[in-house]
Design a protein around this ligand. Sequence first.
Ligand code: HEM
Length: 506
Amino acid sequence: MLSHPTDSLLTSALLCLLPVVLFLVGRIAPRAWSQRRDLPVINPRDPWSLSTGSARLRFLLGGPGLIKQGLSKWKVFQVLTNDGPQVVLDPEFTKEIRNHNSLSLGAFMYQRFHAHLNAFRPYQAFFEKDEAFIKFIRKKLAPQADLKCCLIQKLTSTPPEWHPIALKSSLGMIIARVLAKTFVGDPLCNNVRWLQIMVEYTVDSVQTSEALRKWPTILRPIMIHVLPVCRKLKAEMAEAESLIGSVLDQRRLDKEAASQSGQAPKQHMDAFEWMSQHYQEMGRPCDPVIVQLALAVTGIHTTTDMLAQLMYDLDGKDDLIEALREEVTTVIEKEGLTISSLNNMRLMDSCLKESQRLKPVQAVALQRIALEGFDLSDGTHLPKDTPVILSAGTWDPEVYKAPEEFDGYRFLKMRENPANETASLAVTPTSDHTGWGLGKHACPGRFLAIHEIKIVLCHLLTQYDFKGAAERPPQTIIMGTATLADPFAMFSIKRRDQSGSNVLVV
Ligand code: HEM
């Protein structure tokens, strides 16, 4: 039966009005507000305001400053974040908190990113009972042995003339390419659309989760189909499924063909291959889309951010840049470019750790959710589901002389004392240096990240001259507890004259 034209008109009108209706319902419906009365709050709701919007915005734009302010008054307090109220703990609780079995980073990520919704399902990987994904990174994810192939992506191949580039986004695509070689291998690591999805899914999932958070929990499964930013995320997810699906189908066909002709199947050296072994060993199925996008959301932006920040820190320090070049050239000429030679780039290692000390990706050490209630040593009770922030310093003047200064040699000097050898390494999290977090949830991808950053740095230092745009120095962006290297800073770059040297020319 054909519908009457007025029916479809009415339906269209209702559909157009739906967002407005839902928005109004969202404003009226009570928010989950679990602020405690027995703990002080550093940025309470404005007394004249009916909503917590302005307090949340204050946190979004200046989270680290608010936390610092709170710590100057209290050991335990609350901060009203864009995720709702969270309990902040003084660094003196570090020891009892870092390995606490009742505190989960995965639960925090699951909740923050609405992982129960299909478009966010890669975030489920962080909160699994058997920790299959985390164990996969720790045990199986190996850096690529074939190093030069990672550097196909060039910043420029134009004749040696200075020209401007937006540094962070250019580095983002290089890091995506380098990590993709390990994550998806050939041919997907050369597929520009896949690289874009790796980069964009992360940004879009942050933006989308933020947009959804403005709506009551009950309406979020509906809003994800309505808000334009959510639709983009869903489309990326669908495209990722299709790209990964065709690669895996092809690999299956190749294996069948090889076995039919009595040949050994080709062994791929990438996460697709290692993950299927790993999940088989763990006796359970693996969703390759979840694993690949979970790797992308944890790896790409963090690694890009660290590399970009170091480039900003090095800018103008010509002596240090020359010393780094010297180190790269000497080590590679002697040992080649290998995993062990990268470990022997000690000045580079020190510069990376120093840069991360001054600007970690998170201004706080740990963010967790209490899976069950427990008491802190001072008697404060943290009930089940309490979101917890532990603040720990990287600027303590008692630990770091002139803590606000960038000293590329700081950790190299520290390393001279054998007792400090391990703690001085760029991959080592300590309670005075929490750029990788701390304790049982400390970043499992840090070895891979440092390794890949070093490879790209070898390339950048030996192949390019670079300088920042003097008229606009890079500015760190604050988003809640995140501190991000300037995404807009421009650099001038020039291909170096490589005659007489073939170190890492690609
Ligand atoms: C420079 C790059 C990176 C930085 C700065 C970084 C930083 C961090 C931080 C601060 C945490 C939270 C730790 C805690 O709260 O104790 C974390 C967790 C995590 N990172 Fe990284 N990360 C980087 C690269 C990577 C890479 C490349 C991967 C994957 C290959 C990865 C995978 C993870 C995972 C899975 C977790 C959750 C661990 C858990 O729940 O136990 N990260 N990372």
